[in-house]
Design a protein around this ligand. Structure first.
Ligand SMILES: C[S@@+](CC[C@H](N)C(=O)[O-])C[C@H]1O[C@@H](n2cnc3c(N)ncnc32)[C@H](O)[C@@H]1O
Length: 338
């Protein structure tokens, strides 16, 4: 596996590194740099009059470019599970008037939310997975290692269980399984035991506490490329938000919502996500799901997508100017008529 991709969050996801980076620290309207924006636009092929869904609005950087590319009358539905992203998007996209329709929702609900908003048959669906620099830089959200606030990690803070809740209630075996499955963490057992022993005396409630506990529990890293808690933080965030389950549902929604010729474009940031996107496109491109021993197709499934080629990575210049982009992989597919 590509080492960069194996290392999903990278130093820029370290709270300290982010605070020192151009996109971290104080929140600004332009605080999140959209990743591979030219490649996304090219793959979506937006033009005047087109209808698009940006299922992960974030700082609305991609959405803004899609609306510009689809001027004068293209429309965009922007979703985000995080209410703060929607409020920010309203401000950034105000100049587009009713061409931009924004809703706070999880993209796992896309097949319900999009038709209600008038986007039941669209030309493009875009997903830029994971979290934004705004979320990472907000100490109250608990996404970064050195955050002083409560270890929350929910994209939608209005419901669901926080990371602190999971750490307080899961037993060592459950925590080990979680860190292995979603973080591919080699020291999952040791870390889980340390959590269970520590929480008897002191509840683990801040990102800072968890990062320090992991650092104490694992051997010192040979190279200082990433913080030793990177994988544990990734695993907790994925579990708290059921990110992989939501991704599967969001991808399935593309089959319902895209018109023939409409395009699905996904940016993922670690191999667990990218594998799901890759398999989804491969399965839907193939159509037939009969077992190999069946000589003639009996399932009758037709291809529903056509892959738009191999995954793409950001160029060297983008990685240099925006280190957060370094693990990005872009995949695209086109809806074909059944
Ligand atoms: C990487 S950021 C998107 C950045 C955006 N493309 C831009 O240009 O600023 C990902 C965003 O997706 C949101 N998100 C993640 N999973 C989601 C889900 N299942 N449903 C809705 N929003 C989600 C996060 O809250 C975050 O704001």
């Amino acid at each position: 596996m590509n080492d960069n991709f194996r290392d999903p969050l990278g130093p820029v996801f370290d709270g300290e590194a982010v605070a020192g980076s151009p996109e971290g620290g104080a929140e600004t309207e332009l605080g999140h740099l959209p990743v591979m924006v030219d490649e996304v636009l090219e793959t979506l092929a937006a033009n005047s009059g087109s209808l698009h869904i940006d299922a992960t609005l974030g700082g609305a950087g991609h959405a803004e470019r899609i609306l510009e590319a689809s001027a004068p009358d293209g429309r965009l539905l922007g979703l985000d599970a995080d209410g703060a992203a929607i409020a920010r998007g309203q401000r950034r996209l105000a100049r587009f008037g009713d061409r931009a329709v924004l809703r706070q929702a999880n993209f796992r609900e896309l097949v319900l939310v999009a038709p209600k908003a008038g986007f039941g048959a669209v030309d493009g669906l875009f997903m830029d997975l994971g979290l934004s620099s705004f979320q990472l830089g907000d100490v109250q959200r608990g996404f970064g290692f050195r955050a002083g606030g409560r270890l929350d990690m929910r994209f939608d803070t209005s419901h669901g269980r926080s990371a602190a809740d999971l750490l307080a209630t899961m037993d060592a075996a459950e925590l080990t399984a979680l860190f292995r499955k979603y973080g591919e963490e080699p020291f999952a057992g040791r870390i889980s035991r340390a959590i269970v022993e520590t929480r008897v005396r002191t509840p683990i409630e801040t990102a800072e506490q968890l990062a320090a506990l992991v650092e104490r529990s694992v051997p010192a890293p040979r190279a200082h490329r990433t913080h030793p808690a990177t994988r544990v933080f990734q695993a907790l965030r994925i579990a708290v938000n059921d990110e992989l389950g939501a991704l599967e549902a969001g991808l399935a929604a593309s089959l319902v919502l895209l018109r023939p010729g409409g395009r699905l474009v996904v940016l993922s940031y670690h191999s667990l996500e990218d594998r799901i996107v890759k398999r989804f496109i491969a399965t839907e491109q193939k159509g037939c799901i009969c077992p190999p021993e069946v000589p003639i197709c009996v399932c009758g499934r037709q291809p529903r997508l056509r892959s738009l080629g191999k995954s793409r990575a950001p160029g060297v210049a983008e990685v240099q100017s925006n280190p957060r982009s370094r693990s990005a992989r872009l995949r695209g597919a086109e809806r074909v008529a059944a």
